[in-house]
Design a protein around this ligand. Structure first.
Ligand code: NI
Ligand code: MN
Length: 226
């Protein structure tokens, strides 16, 4: 597996010969100016919830890449009204085998609506099981007991978790989440993009180290081998 980071909560996982893009938000991110959105290729786009900082470039990239969008039923219905028909609706607790591996949709403690106010279903996360590994992307969420269950149901080798506080978990809670998940390797997301979520990066790394977990903070555009 290989992970490319595009800033905020947007990244691409190459797995099972396919490219999976998560929560596309690039042109609205001041910090991601060096990313050329038109260079991004995707076979699938996975969307955790409707908020603008996760869907800002969803319609544009779904049309441009002709990827299949995997998201809540409400998000895929919203896309179909805009002429995007390559969609796969899911809901929390559901699993589905795709050509690259298995997707499990997980609970997230967060809200979900589009910028125009349309209800976008419940917020979610994903576990991707492929190539003998399970990677967990929590989406925007607070710390929950459900993460213990996710850790029992899946052998999570890598978790991508929000650490920016204010709208989601902070680094301390995300480190507790990693312990709940039985996962020693975390990539931090959803921090520093805008004023509410600017954090001290070294303190975040220390918060994880205190709980025996390695936190990696990728540079925007950086590639990570998982
Ligand atoms: Ni959100
Ligand atoms: Mn967000």
């Amino acid at each position: 597996m290989e992970i490319n980071y595009y800033g905020h909560s947007c990244f691409l996982i190459k797995v099972g010969g396919k490219k999976l893009l998560f929560d596309p938000f690039i042109r609205g991110n001041e910090l991601a100016k060096e990313i050329n959105i038109d260079s991004i290729e995707a076979d699938y786009i996975l969307v955790s919830h409707g908020h603008e900082d996760h869907t800002g470039d969803l319609v544009y990239l779904a049309k441009k890449t002709d990827a299949t969008v995997i998201a809540s039923f409400e998000i895929t219905s919203w896309l179909q009204k805009q002429g995007i028909n390559k969609v796969h609706p899911m809901n929390v607790g559901g699993n589905k085998n795709f050509e690259f591996g298995k997707v499990s949709m997980t609970y997230a403690a967060h809200s979900s609506s589009f910028a125009d106010g349309t209800y976008a279903g419940v917020a979610s996360g994903f576990v991707i099981t492929a190539e003998g590994k399970s990677v967990y992307y929590s989406g925007d969420t607070g710390l929950t007991q459900e993460m213990k269950l996710i850790g029992e149901m899946h052998a999570i080798s890598l978790a991508l978790l929000p650490i920016g506080d204010n709208f989601t978990m902070d680094a301390k809670d995300a480190a507790t989440a990693a312990n709940f998940l039985n996962c020693k390797d975390v990539i931090g997301l959803h921090y520093d993009t805008f004023g509410f979520i600017v954090i001290n990066n070294q303190e975040a790394i220390n918060s994880f180290a205190n709980k025996g977990v390695k936190l990696t903070l990728l540079k925007i555009g950086e590639t990570f081998a998982a």
